[in-house]
Design a protein around this ligand. Sequence first.
Ligand SMILES: C[S@@+](CC[C@H](N)C(=O)[O-])C[C@H]1O[C@@H](n2cnc3c(N)ncnc32)[C@H](O)[C@@H]1O
Length: 253
Amino acid sequence: MPSVEWNKQEWATQLRDFDNFHLPYYGSQWGDPDPRAVFPYFIRVWMPEAMAAALLQPRSLRRLLHRAFKPKAPFYPELYALIQRYIRPYVTSNSVVLEIGPGGGRWTRYLLNAKQIILVDIVSDFFEYLQHRFPDHASKFTFYQPKAHDLHAIADHSVDYLLTFDAFVHIEPDGIREYLHEIARVLKPGAVAVIHYGDITKQAANEQGVHFAPMTAAKMIEFLAELPQFKVMLHDQAFLKHSNLVVLTAMGQ
Ligand SMILES: C[S@@+](CC[C@H](N)C(=O)[O-])C[C@H]1O[C@@H](n2cnc3c(N)ncnc32)[C@H](O)[C@@H]1O
C-alpha cells in the first residue's frame, strides 16, 4: 500500500534525479496529453494541436509515427480527449481551479487561463519547479502542502473546478475518501470535479505493483454514496487500462 511517507519520498527523489536533458519536462515520461508530442520539435512548433490529433486518429498511423520519431514523451489519445471534454469546457478566465498532485505540471498547463490556480501537493519541491516552468502565470498560483489528505487551507465553497490526475492512483482508499469529503467542502455549487483513480481489479493496475493503491470502482461508488452533494456526471470505468475517471458536479447546499 503506498503510504503518505512513501509518496513524499518517492516523488521528491524522482524530481531530484530528473534529467531535464532527456525529457521535455517532469511528468512527460507518463505520456504527453498534447498530440504534437509525437512529432519532432520542428514540426510541433507550427502544427496546430487539433491537426496533430486528427492526423493521429488511425491507430496504425500513430504506431508508425511513434516508431519513426521515437518521441521522448509518448502520446495517448485518451489524455487529449480528457483535455477536450473535461478541462477546456470548464476552465475559464473567471475560474478558481484546484489541482491535487500537480507534480511537474503535466496537467497544470491546461489550467493556466484560470483566474486563480490552487496547487496542492504532498511534495512541496514541486512548487518551485512549477513557478519556474510557468513564470508568466506564477502570480496566479497558490500552493498548499497537505498533512496527508486535507485541503485545510482552502475555504468552503470557494473552488469552481477541480482536477486530479495520476495522484489518486498512489493514494490509499481511505485517503481518497478523505479527499472526496474535502473536495465536497471546497467546491462551489455547480462546480465540476474531474477525478482520475486507479482500479486494482484491472490487470494493468495489478501489474503496477504495491505502489498502486488497492482502489476499485466499487469503492469509489461506495465513497460517493456518502456524499449526496455530488451528482455523478460520468464514471468511466474503461478510461485507461489501469484506471478510471469520475466527473462530478457539486449540487447546491
Ligand atoms: C505520479 S505523480 C503525477 C503528477 C502529475 N499529476 C502528472 O500527471 O504528471 C503523483 C503526484 O501526486 C502527488 N501526491 C502523492 N500523494 C499526495 C497527497 N496525499 N496529496 C497531494 N499530492 C499527492 C505526488 O507528490 C506527485 O506530485
